[in-house]
Design a protein around this ligand. Structure first.
Ligand code: FAD
Length: 603
């Protein structure tokens, strides 16, 4: 292995967002050596972009809230496909993780009596999101990084992992390259935590940045781990639609939590028109009641703008399809209307939603304190991911752990806003702890040098071709296929067509060519990311074909109803012996009676 820069760690964490940082801190606290790798600069993970807040039943704003209500809300939002044990752990442990973050220096917005303030968000019965204006992720990352610095964690920035290595059945290390010089790096580790975030770049319109190409999902799948729930891709209802250069950038749900309303081009508040049965009891009867809810009236029920994201996104698509959209193929989101309700509304909006104010002012020349925004759905979050054990976060490969957006289970068919940041803290901590325990109990597995050399040769092949496919064009074509054929509204013939197109893209990928040398070569990096995008796109499409019903984020026009007979299962994706992708159905494990009782009580 002398040709590669080689590093040895007990625990290697791939990804330095909230989940990766929290895992690294915990592993280090257990006394093992820890390496932390990120594809871009430290601090520039998706977590830093999180706006609205962290969901945790602290019950600071509404004393009726507790972990049981949070648990029931999470399962209702996930249409009961969630791993119930993960949902239980998450609801129980999130408050402690938020308080811990505060103890480490996070400065949350405050209630009048000095406690952590909590705001309303879609699908949460009570105000539950601890927040810092609309820059919560920034504060979370800052705090975790400040804290992590004191733990002696080794950080490798701008380093992309391209393959996991095994010794027999067990994880043994990871192989990657560093962006600047293009040199390879080999990491030997007794345990690895994958915390690489999402897959948004598989789609054309997305709130995700360039890094989110499903790397962790594909790395784990290729190492023999199982993926789960891949058909469930969350399309956030409100992304910017204009100007084209900013299309997809997120408009936080916090806007609706603070009283923002959705309107069509006839100025109708269309969200009152189709309230799902599951949420009828909890939704305001009229606009006045909805407004009172956003202002903290505990007797009022929430406005329909705060229904779950899957539903709101579909209502917006319906308005656009039926000709009631805004000029640039969106609908209107209006927070300025609250001027008629409260004094000094402009100051209030700027204080509560400072990033949104600046985002629209700078990027679209819109003053949101005076005029409505134009918004439409954007690919946002991946509910599906690496299948893990609920308590330890270990995948089906011994020594390989996963946490955060790259892992599956907590969110079922649809994630509630705010439940990702709490997921990162709760399960990042658990993954770090159990990876450290695994490392302490095991010798390093042996890495086969020939395998490493073969990977290195393969990833350099695109440089050797004199003619071939442009990686940027291929990525663009892939995004078009996924956007047009495997998007918010799906149907069999389009999904089958997508499979055909993906096979053609896979064949073209075999001919991908890059020019120049290995130093900061964006074309080469895109070519390497593409293989991961192709893998996750195939997994999403195969699972979407298999699930012949509509549930949560997965909507089939040809099967518009939920199917209790065939749908109460998770779809597992695994690599077959011949390298083919297989989809297996797995019935849900029976929930503990005490948890069933909670669900029944909260109905
Ligand atoms: P990330 O924070 O995405 O970090 C992934 C890390 O993995 C990065 O360091 C990246 O460089 C690294 N990485 C990726 N691939 C590789 C590779 N091959 N090799 C090495 N490193 C790699 N959720 C909420 O709960 N509340 C909110 O208010 C909220 N707002 C959001 C706003 C926006 C604009 C977006 C995009 C998301 C928002 N979310 C929110 C979702 C939430 O931010 C993410 O789901 C969450 O931050 C993911 O965290 P993570 O730690 O799993 O991964």
């Amino acid at each position: 292995m002398s040709t590669y820069d080689t590093y040895d760690y007990d625990v290697l964490v791939i990804g330095a967002g909230g989940a990766g940082l929290r895992a690294a801190i915990e592993a280090a606290a257990h006394g093992v050596s820890v390496g932390l790798i990120c594809k871009s600069l430290l601090g520039k993970a998706h977590t830093v972009m999180a706006e609205g807040g962290i969901a945790a039943a602290l019950s600071n704003v509404d004393e009726r809230d507790n972990w049981r209500v949070h648990f029931a809300d999470t399962l209702r939002g996930g249409q009961y496909l969630n791993n119930w044990r993960m949902a239980e752990l998450h609801a129980k442990e999130a408050p402690d993780r938020v308080r811990e973050l505060e103890a480490w220096g996070a400065l949350f917005d405050r209630t009048k009596d000095g406690r952590i303030l909590q705001r309303n968000f879609g699908g949460h019965k009570y105000p539950r999101l601890a927040h810092v204006g609309d820059r919560t992720g920034l504060e979370m990352i800052r705090t975790l990084q400040d804290h992590g610095i004191h733990q002696g964690i080794d950080v490798h920035m701008e380093c992309t992992i391209i393959s996991l290595l095994k010794g027999g059945e067990r994880i043994a290390g990871a192989f990657g390259y560093e962006r600047e010089k293009g040199q390879f790096k080999l990491f030997r580790a007794k345990a690895i935590v994958i915390a690489t975030g999402g897959i948004g770049r598989a789609y054309k319109i997305t709130s995700n940045s360039w890094e989110y190409t499903g790397d962790g999902h594909a790395l784990a799948y290729n190492a023999g781990a199982e993926l789960m729930d891949m058909e469930f891709v969350q399309f956030h209802p409100t992304g910017m639609v204009w100007p084209p250069s900013v299309r997809g950038i997120l408009v936080t749900e916090g806007v609706r939590g603070e009283g923002g309303i959705l309107l069509n081009n006839a100025h109708q508040r269309f969200m009152f028109e189709a309230i799902p049965e599951l949420y009828k009891q909890q939704t305001a009867d009229n606009e006045e009641e909805g407004w009172r809810y956003t202002q903290g009236d505990k007797q009022a029920k929430r406005p329909p703008e705060l229904l779950t994201r899957d539903h709101v996104a579909r209502c917006i698509v319906r308005e656009i399809k039926e000709g009631r959209g805004s000029p640039h193929n969106g609908v209107f989101l209006d927070i300025s209307w609250i001027k008629s309700k409260i004094p000094h509304a402009a100051d209030y909006i700027k204080k509560k939603l400072p990033s949104m104010y600046h985002q629209f002012k700078k990027l679209a020349d819109i003053d949101i304190t005076n005029e409505p925004m134009e918004v439409g759905p954007t690919t946002h979050y991946m509910m599906g991911g690496i299948r893990v054990d609920a308590d330890t976060q270990m995948s089906t490969v011994p020594g390989l752990f996963a946490a955060g957006e790259a892992a599956a289970g907590l969110h079922g068919a649809n994630r509630l806003g705010g439940n990702s940041l709490s997921d990162l803290l709760v399960f990042g901590k658990r993954a770090g702890e159990h990876a450290a325990r695994f490392a302490a109990a095991n010798w390093p597995a042996t890495i086969d040098e020939r395998e490493v050399n073969s990977i290195a040769r393969q990833v350099l092949e695109p440089f050797e071709r004199t003619t071939g496919e442009n990686p940027f064009q291929l990525q663009y074509d892939l995004q078009e296929v996924m956007q047009d054929l495997v998007g918010i509204v799906r149907k069999e013939d389009e999904l089958l067509q997508a499979m055909d197109e993906l096979q053609k893209l896979q064949a073209r990928y075999g001919q991908v060519k890059v020019v120049g040398n290995r130093e900061y070569n964006n074309g080469w990096h895109t070519a390497l990311d593409l293989q991961n995008l192709l893998t996750v796109s195939e997994a999403i499409t195969r699972a979407a074909i298999e699930r012949k019903e509509s549930r949560g984020a997965h909507f089939r026009e040809d099967y518009p109803k939920k199917d209790e007979q065939t749908g109460n299962c998770n779809l597992i994706i695994v690599k077959g012996k011949g390298g083919e992708m297989l989809v297996k159905r797995e019935t849900l494990t029976a929930m503990r009676p005490d948890l069933i009782q909670i669900i029944d009580e909260m109905k």
